[in-house]
Design a protein around this ligand. Structure first.
Ligand code: ATP
Length: 265
């Protein structure tokens, strides 16, 4: 459904961030995009959703195709209409509005379909029963996990074909990450939404993804089926801090290892 072909992204005409990124997502897949801070994961999502424009960024080489149509450098509204919705890092919400109102805002593009919107709000409370008891709570008072559930729900209200999720696990407890990732997987299975999941939490991402890419300084350096990558020694060492005998490595060793850039071998 989605193809990035060798894209290059430049901010403010001079800052080259993505240096020939290619990746693909098939209908119904969960694809993880992993990598350290500053690798270019968010920039990749922005290139797909059109939000690069708001950051003075531009796709300067290559192209992005969604069901065959070229969409790079299109306006974000146009991309949402095609069925691609991005959930931003940091879970921004309308803090003064209630949970229910936030969800309704997500269904704005379908506002004429009142019945459909109502039904989908109930569907979201079904996925996140915790939110149901908080319908009338002002969203500014929600915990990080509750807010993550709400922004996910809000994105679903637009009825997307492809969801772009930017670090949903950020700052959440392991238990909350587990709860949210189980629902992401359930949504993917039941509603057939494809998902591109940007994550630094490789363990969580690989537990639900079908396929994964690893980025480093603006390039894809490794990709493969998630179940294979879970067993990959490089991934285990670098992301999970485990050596092949299951022993935890110390940070200096991991850093040293990173310098050797074994991804590339
Ligand atoms: P993180 O996990 O820290 O969010 P990331 O992999 O998502 O990292 P990006 O946010 O895409 O990485 O950033 C990649 C590079 O692009 C960084 O060096 C960053 O400083 C730069 N960058 C990001 N946004 C802009 C911008 N609006 N203008 C200029 N440079 C930017």
């Amino acid at each position: 459904m989605l193809e990035l072909n060798n894209i290059e992204v430049v901010y403010s005409d001079v800052i080259l961030v993505l240096k020939g990124v290619s990746l693909g997502i098939e209908d119904g897949q969960i694809v993880a995009l992993m990598g350290a801070n500053g690798a270019g994961k968010t920039t990749t999502l922005r290139a797909i959703s059109g939000l690069l424009k708001t950051e003075l960024g531009e796709v300067t080489e290559g192209n992005i195709r969604f069901y065959g149509d070229q969409i790079d450098n299109s306006d974000p509204e146009e991309i949402v209409k095609r069925g691609i919705v991005q959930v931003l890092e940091g879970r921004p919400s309308f803090e003064q509005l209630t949970v229910d109102e936030n969800l309704k805002v997500g269904g704005y593009s379908r506002r004429k379909d009142r019945e459909g919107v109502k039904k989908d709000i109930e569907m979201i409370y079904g996925y996140f029963p915790r939110l149901k008891g908080m319908k009338q709570r002002v969203s500014g008072y929600l915990s990080g996990g509750e807010k993550q559930m709400m922004v996910l729900g809000r994105a679903l209200m637009a009825n997307p074909k492809l969801l772009l999720l930017d670090e949903p696990s950020l700052g959440l407890s392991p238990l909350m990450v587990k709860e949210i990732f189980l629902v992401i997987e359930q949504i993917n299975k039941e509603r057939k939404n494809s998902i591109l999941l940007v994550e630094q939490n490789a363990m969580a991402a690989l537990s639900i993804a079908d396929y994964a890419y690893v980025m480093e300084t603006g390039r894809i350096v490794l990709d493969g089926f998630a179940e294979k990558l879970r067993e990959n020694e490089d991934i285990k060492e670098f992301y999970l801090g485990l050596s092949n005998v299951g022993k935890r490595k110390n940070y200096r060793e991991v850093k040293h290892y990173k310098r050797r850039k074994r991804w590339l071998s």
